[in-house]
Design a protein around this ligand. Structure first.
Ligand SMILES: [Ca+2]
Length: 333
């Protein structure tokens, strides 16, 4: 589920247009409102904000080798007939290499080839990596009437094949360009590596699966790093804001310098308010031990289990880790 905040004069139309876009409307425009007639270009500032904090995502939060962080952002401006990645479709080799290893070379080659073949890609841009789970990076890009769509991808580091991004966000709206767009981002699985946790070793998915959104209940497996059965939805793990830069004049004043990379954001965006409860998780019980006791009297047998995951943020406490049971002693002859 993607939440959207869109500030624009025709708020409702804008909302509906964006909504239909997010439903995965096929490439062809449906209504008049979706045909871009601005006849001009627009420059946007993009700010990516990581919201991957230990309080929001306490389960298996990566602290060392490497700690939670974000890869560089790879962005593309394009027409409606191109996708760098798509939910419920197979990831390209470029997306596979980028989401598994952060290697962008094959992805860039694919983008370049699409540009030459069908002229659907206008430009490629990037933003620097973010060395923390919470931090910001920014960049600028330009869109045109025939290339009014933005897509990008950022790898979640460390992870098996997980990323966040946007697929085909149309910044044009009829005869104007959107002023501001803000999107919450949630994790996706590229479908190419079967690791369950942030730090899982490489484990290729054969056959390859389609790109899926990771939620608090999917994949439905307690070992998954994003599995929070008590949550209806995961908190957003990142956010992107796009702001139209007022640069219609060639000799306009210089744009405010963008904030430097990797600023911890803390309270600024209400990050500290997100406290995801993490319940204790324990192993299965061990087998019952031998029945110990004197012959002719009731004995006691014992079993144990251990803690998989310590609770955090007022999650459920751990249940008893030891249990006894009355029995008839085993060694009576
Ligand atoms: Ca996977």
């Amino acid at each position: 589920m993607v939440r959207i905040a869109c500030t624009h004069a025709s708020g409702l139309l804008s909302w509906l247009a964006t909504l239909s876009l997010l439903r995965g409307v096929p490439a062809m425009p449906v209504g008049v409102d979706e045909v871009c007639t601005t006849g001009a270009s627009a420059k946007y500032g993009l700010t990516f904000t990581g919201m991957w904090s230990q309080t929001a995502f306490p389960k298996q939060y990566p602290l060392y080798r490497p700690p939670a962080q974000w890869s560089p952002l790879i962005g593309v401006t394009h027409s409606s007939d191109y996708h760098i990645w798509q939910k419920n479709e197979y990831a390209s080799n470029g997306v596979r290499e980028f989401s598994e290893k952060g290697e962008a070379w094959t992805l860039m080659k694919e983008v370049e080839a699409a540009g030459e073949r069908i002229q659907s890609v206008y430009g490629v841009f990037s933003a620097p990596a973010v060395a923390l789970g919470t931090g910001q990076t920014s960049s600028e890009f330009e869109v045109f009437t025939r290339h009014s769509f933005l897509s990008f991808i950022v790898r979640i580091v460390p992870s098996p094949d997980w990323f966040v991004g946007v697929d085909s966000l149309n910044l044009c709206e009829g005869d104007q360009w959107k002023e501001n767009v803000s999107l919450d981002l949630y994790p996706y699985d590229a479908g190419t590596d079967s690791g369950f946790t942030f730090s899982s070793p490489n484990f290729e998915t054969i056959p390859q699966e389609k790109v899926t959104q990771i939620t608090s209940s999917f994949p439905s497996h307690p070992a998954n790093s994003f599995y929070y059965p008590r949550l209806k939805h995961l908190p957003p793990i990142a956010r992107v804001t796009l702001t139209k830069v007022k640069s219609n004049h060639i000799f306009s004043l210089p744009i405010e310098p963008t904030q430097s990379n990797q600023i911890p954001i803390g309270n600024e965006i209400g990050d500290s308010l997100i406290n995801t409860p993490l319940d204790c998780e324990v192993s299965a019980w061990s087998p019952w031990g031998l029945c110990r006791g004197k012959c002719g009297e009731p004995g006691v047998r014992h079993r144990t289990r251990y803690i998989h995951l310590h609770p955090a943020n007022n999650g459920a406490a751990c249940p008893p880790l030891e249990e006894d049971k009355i029995c008839d002693p085993d060694n009576c002859v």
